[in-house]
Design a protein around this ligand. Structure first.
Ligand SMILES: Nc1ncnc2c1ncn2[C@@H]1O[C@H](COP(=O)(O)OP(=O)(O)OP(=O)(O)O)[C@@H](O)[C@H]1O
Length: 445
């Protein structure tokens, strides 16, 4: 635990510095820099201060207008394009074409591997593009484009074009708040959102107050996806192009033992050494490599384009941090949709399960629409938390955060992301000799 924390500490400090270099007004402001100007980033709150109210009368826990936390974006009338449709329908392709032809831009994706794929594609097309993730910063001379993981989205700079991929992850319990921040905060003339149609009503509702122009563009799947009537049954039935999806690291290793039959490669969720996931994806996609079967975690569902012919669910249940539960319709569709990607080696995708008992859930889920997204994740910005802490000078960070989250007021479009996990981290980092900003970063990253 101690070594984990030390590693995380170093990462958070490096991250803090990178945010400062990036000029992210919401996250970089260190406590000692807090001044009157800092209130500007909490928008409408300024008015109450300038009308003479004292800080103690002010309710910093009021999170009902999160769009006002991003003054740079609010000064623009953004054109927002919602690219929606099933998996493998070309949503991201079209958004990226737009990004590529824009004078400046940013791509925000849910995975490091996707950010890397986009940076590679842009640089290959002679559009210099930086790669920025929680772990790396690869800057290219003269770049006016960035490909980032969504947590690293920059809400202080101006862009001609921005893309947020897998936007339905607004509703994700753990990471939804980062998508909300990018959606409300990126100051781009054109903002392209790619994802499931189930996110449309919520996004339209969230953007009613931003004065943005919103347009929906619908897509159809580009190649067929066939749910099979027979299960895999036995690993002796595995063939080239198969991808076994599993939900635990132990199982990934267990399946890897099948190496005597086929060369297996695996893609873990977040346990990869830097660059290892890239190597694995490249080798799997490389027809000349010896790796032709993939064992992957459910992270594969977040928009990856790999040469997969058949997706095999090893189980339809996963432990989500709190309980063992059945996979949801969107999860099954997202993961299943990795098979038979347009332009890949396999023009038709197939999906099945290891166990015959799981087939009914697979079939019904692939045929069902995703449930409409009701709420987006939200967390208080550092500014708000810091100002709140000034009212409680004798409380530690954990107490401040706990109190804040308990008292937070939200509009019906939002929920507070992952409180329990965040408070657990806050309890640990509060014991460390860190500034409040670093402690905040530990909790939200
Ligand atoms: N018009 C096109 N010409 C060439 N290739 C295309 C075209 N449209 C899509 N593709 C390719 O098809 C694959 C799927 O497209 P894309 O990733 O844009 O789909 P998506 O709808 O965003 O998928 P998902 O929701 O599953 O992430 C990609 O490899 C993409 O490059």
């Amino acid at each position: 635990m101690a070594s984990l924390l030390l590693r995380r500490h170093r990462k958070a400090s490096a991250f803090g510095i990178s945010r400062i270099l990036q000029g992210d007004m919401e996250l970089i402001r260190l406590p000692m820099e807090m001044n009157f100007e800092a209130f500007l980033s909490v928008g409408i709150r300024m008015r109450r201060y300038s009308s003479g109210q004292s800080g103690s009368n002010f309710d910093f826990t009021d999170l009902t207008c999160p769009h006002m936390w991003y003054p740079t974006a609010r000064r623009k009338k953004r054109k927002v394009f919602l690219h929606v449709g099933p998996t493998n329908s070309g949503k991201t392709y079209h958004a990226l074409k737009r990004l590529e032809s824009s004078a400046s831009g940013i791509y925000c994706g849910p995975l490091r591997l996707l950010a890397w794929e986009v940076a590679k594609r842009m640089n290959k097309a002679k559009v210099p593009c930086d790669l920025i993730t929680g772990q790396e910063r690869d800057e290219v001379d003269g770049a006016r484009h960035k490909a980032v993981t969504v947590e690293m989205a920059d809400v202080a700079s101006h862009y001609h074009c921005a893309v947020i991929d897998e936007i339905q992850m607004l509703g994700c319990k753990a990471r939804g708040f980062s998508f909300t921040r990018a959606l409300l905060g990126i100051a781009a003339d054109e903002l392209h959102l790619c994802g499931d149609v189930a996110a449309v009503p919520l996004i339209q509702e969230m953007l009613k107050v931003t004065d943005d122009h919103v347009e929906v563009q619908s897509y159809e799947r580009l190649s067929p996806l066939v749910p099979l009537k027979v299960p895999l049954g036995s690993f002796s039935n595995i063939k080239t192009g198969d991808c076994i999806v599993t939900f635990s690291r132990q199982k990934i290793y267990k399946f890897k033992m099948g190496e005597s039959i086929f060369a297996l490669w695996f893609m873990g969720h977040c346990h990869q050494r830097l660059g290892q996931d890239r190597l694995q994806a490249m080798m799997f996609n490389d027809e000349t490599s010896e790796f032709d079967v993939l064992v992957a975690s459910d992270a594969i569902g977040m928009g990856l384009n790999l040469n997969i012919s058949r997706i095999i669910f090893s189980s339809m249940k996963k432990f989500d941090g709190a309980e063992m539960r059945e996979l949801t319709v969107p999860e099954i569709k997202q993961i299943g949709g990795r098979a038979g990607r347009y332009g890949s080696k396999f023009p038709v995708g197939e999906v099945t399960c290891l166990d015959a008992n799981d087939l009914p859930l697979l079939h019904s889920s692939l045929a069902a629409p995703s449930p409409i997204l009701e709420q987006a994740g939200l967390l208080p910005s550092f500014d708000l938390l810091y100002m709140y802490s000034r009212l409680h000078p004798n409380c530690g960070f954990y107490q401040i955060l706990e109190h804040f989250l308990e008292n937070a007021k939200l509009s019906e479009n939002y929920f507070i992301s992952n409180c329990e996990d965040i408070l657990k981290v806050a309890a640990v980092v509060d014991q460390l000799p860190l500034g409040m900003h670093d402690k905040y970063l530990f909790c939200v990253r």
